[in-house]
Design a protein around this ligand. Structure first.
Ligand code: NDP
Length: 296
């Protein structure tokens, strides 16, 4: 029997637990605050940001949303970030990516106060993660770790293959999983578009994490029996329905399910976890900034 990992349920459990920490903070007079900044008119980015704001409202985090005209000079974004860095009611800051071409995304990441960097992408936080002392674990990789935990798959000693080496998913996840710490201690292979014989790598894995942005790249023929499959991918493909499209992952779910002992669906797998872990980082940031101990 294949375990279909219910990311929505796991995320709900995390949100419920966070509720207690948020209450602890409120009892001390601190309401955690997350600022989202959108400098784009891309409908997908608008949807992501509004979902994040709705999540904040649901758990009692103070959500602050700022929109900047995508045509505005980059300085307007930096000034906004500076103001948020100084605002004591804001504990976490997230600038929705991608930003327009005339804005340097690396400079944006560096402009955010590392202590308020709810995404965990500031170079200081990346360094702390690589050094084995993460301050904020990036949301999607942290969510993947929690999903593995939810089905009692301890990475320790396991061969994990990650397909994708991006700065937001593949690389930080590899760093988390090789850490000498709970939820780590795996042997990790990171694959990418230049990897030779990807199927040979994935077939050797106990755990496959697909994060390549290629619809249904990983199918059952590339997997061994009993593998755990985590599908990070979210891809829009044309479909004969009202919307004209549907969302599929980087894994061909039907054939992979035949091999896997546990597998995440798309949607309803990693996506809800990414959102829950953003709330987690905001609560952690608020606790640290207000010097209030919160259980996480
Ligand atoms: P990127 O495009 O930044 O990175 C994709 C990675 O996959 C690259 O390292 C690329 O290799 C590699 N890759 C591309 N094609 C192949 C291939 N044929 N074989 C092996 N490797 C390949 O993507 P992201 O990391 O930002 O996102 C990956 C997927 O996850 C996307 O579908 C995205 O929508 C989704 N996503 C979902 C989230 C969620 O919350 N559910 C959050 C973030 C992302 P190379 O480096 O050589 O180019």
């Amino acid at each position: 029997m294949t375990d279909i990992i219910d990311g929505r349920a796991v995320a709900e459990g995390i949100r419920t637990d966070l509720g207690e920490s948020i209450q602890t903070l409120k009892d001390e007079g601190v309401t955690p605050g997350l600022a989202t900044v959108l400098m784009s008119d891309d409908p997908a980015s608008e949807t992501y940001v509004s979902m994040k704001q709705r999540d904040c409202e649901e758990v009692g985090i103070n959500g602050i949303h700022i929109e900047i005209d995508p045509e505005a000079p980059a300085e307007e974004l930096y000034e906004t970030i500076d103001d948020l860095n100084e605002d004591p009611e804001v504990h976490g800051i997230l600038v929705q990516m991608p930003v327009p071409d005339h804005v340097d995304s690396q400079q944006v990441l560096r402009a955010i106060d590392p202590k308020k960097d709810a995404d965990g992408f500031h170079p200081e936080n990346v360094g702390m993660l690589v050094a084995g002392h993460p301050r904020f674990k990036p949301c999607t990789p942290h969510g993947v770790q929690k999903l593995l935990e939810s089905v009692d798959v301890d990475p320790e000693g396991k061969d994990v293959v990650i397909v994708g080496r991006s700065n937001i998913v593949g690389k930080p996840l590899a760093n988390l999983l090789i850490q000498k710490a709970e939820g780590g201690n795996a042997t990790v292979t990171v694959c990418h578009s230049r990897t030779d014989d990807l199927a040979a790598k994935t077939r050797d894995a106990d755990v496959v994490v697909a994060a390549c942005g290629v619809p249904e790249l990983i199918d059952g023929s590339m997997l061994s029996d009993g593998v755990t499959v985590i599908d990070v991918g979210v891809n829009r493909v044309d479909a004969d329905n009202e919307k004209g499209y549907e969302l599929v992952g980087d894994v061909d779910f039907d054939s992979a399910k035949e091999k896997a002992s546990a597998i995440t669906p798309v949607p309803g797998g990693v996506g809800p976890m990414t959102r829950a872990m953003l709330l987690y980082n905001t609560v952690k940031a608020a606790g640290e900034q207000a010097d209030v101990e919160v259980e996480l």
